[in-house]
Design a protein around this ligand. Structure first.
Ligand code: NAP
Length: 251
């Protein structure tokens, strides 16, 4: 796909899914703002992307309104506008309900919901000017209930429905869509597997979870994001696209 000259901000692009989304946009000719929660994590990603000229560092804590606004503004200032916002920054931890405390609740809501909303709010004027679009990263756990990750499910379900509401409110100027990945091979699931009593068995359980019997690659999520952000999807808004190997198709 051709994104020559398009101006893109990917939140949480210092590693994982967001890093590959940023890399794929750069490969397709876009100018990309790289975000992560710290200067160090963004510097590290910038170094890994050394072959690409058209990138800028936009570190900022997406868990705060100030952090969202300064990150979005850094991208707009550097590129003189914005065409695509990918809200990818997110946190996810699994715990039984009885062990979910206020700190965990706040951490999930601050990044996954509040941060996503305030990045959109900050970016909408620039996106309206460019007739741009937003792609949110939710989860299959935003479409179905998954025991053991109730707080995460709540935030990602919120992303799915906020995508719909926002799409209606800011149409026809700006499209808003959402991608719902199943398990993807990143730090997020590797770290949670390591914490289990039998990490190998847990990894196998994640493979078996999807009817297609594997874990997704970060690139497979990137392809879906690029499709929704592209001209091919110009009549699509308010939708949620599962990239989950069939998990949410039913039992
Ligand atoms: N992996 C999966 O199986 C899976 C499945 C469904 C949905 N998702 C969703 O996909 C998205 C990316 O997940 P991932 O697996 O790539 O996660 P990851 O490997 O843990 O990476 C998370 C990214 O988000 C950034 N981030 C976290 N908190 C932030 C904050 N407060 N401010 C700015 N950046 C922040 C991290 O930056 P730092 O490097 O600075 O920490 C990092 O770049 C998330 O929204 C996640 O919920 C993942």
């Amino acid at each position: 796909m051709d994104f020559e000259g398009k101006r893109v901000l990917v939140t949480g692009s210092s590693r994982g899914i967001g890093f590959d989304i940023a890399r794929m946009f750069l490969e397709a000719g876009a100018r990309v703002a790289i975000n992560g929660s710290s200067d160090a994590s963004v510097d590290n990603a910038m170094a890994r992307l050394e072959n690409f000229e058209e990138k800028i560092a936009a570190p900022g804590n997406i868990g705060t309104v100030d952090g969202c606004e300064s990150t979005v503004q850094a991208a707009i200032d550097a590129f003189s506008g914005l065409d695509i916002l990918v809200n990818n920054a997110g946190v996810g931890a699994g715990r039984p309900i009885a062990e979910c405390d206020e700190a965990m609740w706040d951490a999930h809501c601050d990044v996954n919901l509040k941060g996503l909303f305030f990045c959109c709010r900050a970016a909408i004027p620039a996106l309206s000017e460019s007739n741009g679009n937003i792609v949110n990263i939710a989860s299959d756990a935003g479409l179905i209930g998954v025991p053991g990750i109730t707080v995460y499910c709540g935030t990602k379900g919120g992303v799915v429905n906020m995508t719909r509401a926002m799409a209606l409110e800011i149409a026809p100027d700006v499209r808003v869509n959402c991608v719902c990945p199943g398990y993807v091979d990143t730090d997020m699931i590797r770290i949670s597997a390591k914490k289990k009593p039998d990490p190998e068995a847990y990894w196998q359980k994640m493979i078996d979870y999807a009817p297609l019997k594997r874990i997704a690659s970060t690139e497979e999520i990137g392809h879906a994001v690029m499709y929704l952000a592209s001209e091919y999807a110009r009549f699509i808004t308010g939708t949620s696209l599962p990239i989950d190997g069939g998990t949410t198709a039913g039992k």
